[in-house]
Design a protein around this ligand. Structure first.
Ligand code: SF4
Length: 407
């Protein structure tokens, strides 16, 4: 049986264009960095990662392991301290999740004070924690300058996944996304990205939720639009905190230079593309970045990633009733998935206050999509959004908090 009649969303497509958040030129400034790094991985430990909150002290959380070791080795050498002190601090950073130098009780008191004057080792404050009926946990973190970012812990029977943010807000203005509507605030540093992992891990350990097994860059922001922080943070999470590269997935709406950079890396990081429409015209209405990096270019970058890295890509397809769930789109979607040998996740749309008319596709339509994709030889899963009762989808908690603060 087919579901009820479609709402008048298709008729309203023209309206979509006029209500979309307006992007300013400066919001795209981050892509100059991405373009500059088109054929190279951003060098680890950039000035941005070191700068931290601007007080001049390097942020230890934002240094890749080799750099951290070298910085500490030099520090203790200049202090006339034995070399093993560097290893002690490294253990406190990566294994014990120390939140300050005062906790490092195997170091002399005086050395702890000197470390505190030379370096930063801080995590953001907890602005709020919400626990969903389904076990999903959403943290809202307050950064040193008052900016708010989210991370979400998602437990399942076999794993504990952490979804982290890479930007405060987002410049890309995707029309289905609460973060896109709330605008861009600033880039996160590598240390601020890593700090979400440490703080969430500590929270989960204390509540017997187990170890974080997987990390997805699917929180606030477009990770590949912040390569100076995201690329080193991948190295830190993998090399420092020992999260397997195959268990870390970067999700992008299609930043082509960033996809190419990931393909060049030696590690086996996962890649997910927020596709949401298999045709350029429709996709442009959902993802303004489509104008800059058209689907054909994105597809070529995905094919290269798969060839070079040998890893299966995931395509995320949020299903919005009457907008992108027409069965006539199946051949194009199946073709895209087959050409990129990708796995498709169908996700019923999680309603946001900015698009009050938009609804998730009816369950019957979602299942019809799944069936037809399978018949076309595509591997597909239907994913139910987690933590709906706590606004656990991308940027929703921050957006509702901002609405309360400004409304
Ligand atoms: S979907 Fe991702 S890239 Fe698009 S606005 Fe939201 S956070 Fe930004």
């Amino acid at each position: 049986m087919e579901e009820e009649a479609k709402p008048p969303l298709l008729r309203n497509r023209a309206k979509l264009v006029s209500v979309r958040p307006r992007l300013k030129q400066r919001d795209f400034a981050c892509f100059r960095t991405a373009r500059e790094n088109e054929h190279a991985v951003t060098p680890p430990g950039t000035a941005m990662a070191r700068k931290g909150n601007g007080d001049g002290r390097p942020d230890l959380l934002g240094l890749v392991p080799a750099e951290l070791r070298e910085v500490l080795r030099r520090h203790f050498h200049e202090r006339g301290q034995p070399e093993f002190r560097a290893g002690q601090v490294e253990r406190w950073v990566f294994h014990n999740d120390a939140r300050g130098f005062g906790e490092m009780n195997d170091l002399p008191l005086g050395e702890r004070d000197v470390l505190g004057a030379a370096f930063r080792l801080e995590e953001p404050a907890t602005a709020s924690v919400s626990v969903s009926r389904d076990g999903t946990v959403k943290h809202l973190w307050r950064l040193w300058d008052g900016e708010l970012v989210e991370s979400v812990l998602i437990p399942t029977r076999s794993r504990l996944t952490l979804c982290i943010s890479s930007q405060a807000g987002c410049p890309l203005g995707c029309t289905f996304c609460a973060t896109g509507w709330s605008g861009f605030r600033r880039q996160l540093t590598a240390g601020e990205i890593v700090a979400q992992f440490r703080a969430s891990r500590r929270w989960a350990r204390r509540r017997d939720m187990g170890e974080i097994s997987n990390i997805v860059f699917m929180g606030m922001g477009e990770p590949l639009a912040n390569p100076r922080a995201v690329l080193p943070s991948l190295t830190i999470l993998n090399g420092g905190y020992r999260v397997g590269a195959r268990r870390i997935t970067v999700s992008t709406v299609g930043v082509v230079p960033g996809i190419r950079s990931l393909a060049e890396r030696p590690e086996q990081f996962g890649l997910a593309l927020s596709l949401h429409a298999p045709e350029s015209g429709l996709r442009r209405e959902l993802i303004p970045l489509e104008k800059r990096y058209p689907l054909a270019e994105v597809k070529a970058a995905l094919e290269r990633f798969r060839r070079v890295r040998g890893r299966r890509i995931t395509l995320e397809y949020t299903m919005i009733r009457g907008l992108n769930d027409d069965l006539a789109l199946i051949p194009a979607l199946a073709g895209f998935a087959r050409d990129t040998r990708a796995f498709v996740n169908l996700i019923p749309f999680n309603p946001i206050p900015y698009q009050p008319e938009w609804r998730p596709s009816a369950p019957g339509r979602v299942q019809a999509f799944r069936r037809k994709l399978e018949e076309s030889g595509v591997a597909v899963m239907v994913r139910e959004p987690r933590g709906r009762d706590i606004d656990a989808a991308c940027g929703q908690l921050r957006a509702s908090r901002l609405a309360v603060l400004t409304g």
